[in-house]
Design a protein. Structure first.
Length: 133
């Protein structure tokens, strides 16, 4: 879905400044995906350093980019309804709002998982550590 989202956002950059702003504001949540992926690769390669960096980055950026800035994105689109409707129509406007609400709700739930996971978020338990216990 990242490829499709990127293609969608590239189309907006051919438009006007408002669409570029809305596109960039919505796409910024993907910065946290970098650290989620680093953490995942740390697990698959059993690399403790990579897992640690991914965990710290996730802890610092996930809720900020997906919940806080995502909520701002939602209200910014809503405040610019008349201008946004000119370019994407009512269907596009409401699709953006519903999509933003979905991402905010899903990200809020996962933020609770992140904050409740404690040190497991950034300290990798390898197979050799499990055998020792």
């Amino acid at each position: 879905h990242h490829v499709l989202c990127t293609l969608l956002h590239v189309m907006f950059f051919q438009g006007n400044a408002l669409m570029m702003y809305v596109s960039a504001l919505g796409f910024q949540c993907e910065f946290s995906t970098v650290f989620l992926n680093i953490r995942y690769f740390g697990v698959t390669t059993q690399n403790k350093c990579m897992y640690f960096i991914g965990g710290i980055g996730t802890l610092l950026l996930y809720s900020l980019t997906r919940v806080v800035i995502g909520t701002y994105f939602f209200f910014e689109i809503y405040a610019m309804k008349a201008k946004v409707v000119q370019y994407v129509g009512y269907n596009g406007f409401y699709l953006w709002l519903v999509s933003a609400m979905f991402v905010i709700a899903m990200s809020t739930a996962y933020s609770f998982v992140i904050f409740s996971s404690g040190k497991r978020l950034f300290i990798l338990t390898t197979k050799s550590n499990k055998k020792k216990n």
